[in-house]
Design a protein. Structure first.
Length: 262
């Protein structure tokens, strides 16, 4: 386990349990007390956990983790969701992607898919994104025309936000928009942690012919601070598990197609 993987695992442990002791950390991760203390100090210095006497506590539920600490969370589910989502995209489509770990997996799947390779050397797919990391990864793919919006970068998520994003998106008509979210409920629809990212995602949805929300099971029936759009604006939800019956009824009433990835 690399130091970054160990920090990810420790942060996941604190987030899941709320409060952990040095002894519990050592038992769960198989590390020494001294290593546990050093790792907690690192996370506390980055304001990702709160140190307590003999351990650590998670921050409030409204706190947004930096993207690099979200990568390993629900990794297999996100990969499955990405494969199912890529199957909804046709060669030649223009696709909008906001930022996040799940949409990053979707971008990777689209970038490597042989369905979008063309013998004549032309682009097989066009992707428009406000996520700097997605733009960087796909810029080397010969089959992908990548368009990155303007805007101001958020270091927590590598996403561009602000009026320049809206001005860019106003110039496009997108076949498919794929949105990652932090929460999805019948009452509030799609939500995220940051109001600036919510505004960008809402504008993505406004220029998309078809809106696909990608969300693993931890996001279902969970609401966060900033609203993106109601369920009625969503055409397809791609997730990794069957959803609870009441929420399935909400999706059906809103006309949302449910796709459960294998």
């Amino acid at each position: 386990m690399t130091p970054q993987q160990r920090l990810n695992a420790l942060l996941e442990l604190v987030s899941d349990r709320g409060n952990v002791s040095i002894t519990e950390i050592g038992d769960a991760l198989g590390i020494s007390a001294a290593t546990a203390r050093r790792d907690l100090a690192t996370l506390a210095d980055q304001r990702l956990v709160t140190r307590t006497h003999g351990g650590a506590a998670a921050l409030g539920t409204g706190y947004e983790l930096p993207l690099q600490y979200k990568i390993v969370r629900q990794a297999e589910a996100k990969t499955a969701i990405a494969r199912a989502t890529a199957a909804l995209v046709a060669p030649g489509d223009t696709v909008g992607l906001n930022g996040g770990t799940t949409t990053t997996e979707v971008a990777r799947e689209l970038g490597k898919s042989e369905r979008f390779l063309r013998a004549d050397g032309e682009y097989g797919i066009t992707i428009v994104t406000n996520a700097l990391n997605i733009g960087y990864e796909l810029s080397v793919r010969a089959n992908v025309k990548i368009v990155v919006t303007g805007g101001v970068a958020r270091r927590q998520s590598y996403e561009l936000i602000g009026p320049l994003v809206r001005d860019t998106l106003d110039e496009f008509a997108l076949d498919v928009v794929v949105l990652g979210v932090d929460g999805l409920t019948g009452q509030y629809g799609a939500t995220t942690m940051h109001e600036g990212e919510a505004e960008v995602s809402r504008h993505f949805a406004s220029v998309g012919r078809r809106v696909v929300v990608v969300a693993d099971s931890t996001k279902i029936e969970r609401s966060t601070f900033a609203r993106i759009c109601p369920l009625e604006r969503i055409d397809v939800l791609v997730t990794d598990r069957d959803v609870p019956a009441p929420f399935a009824a909400d999706l059906s009433a809103a006309g949302v197609e449910l796709v459960v990835a294998d």
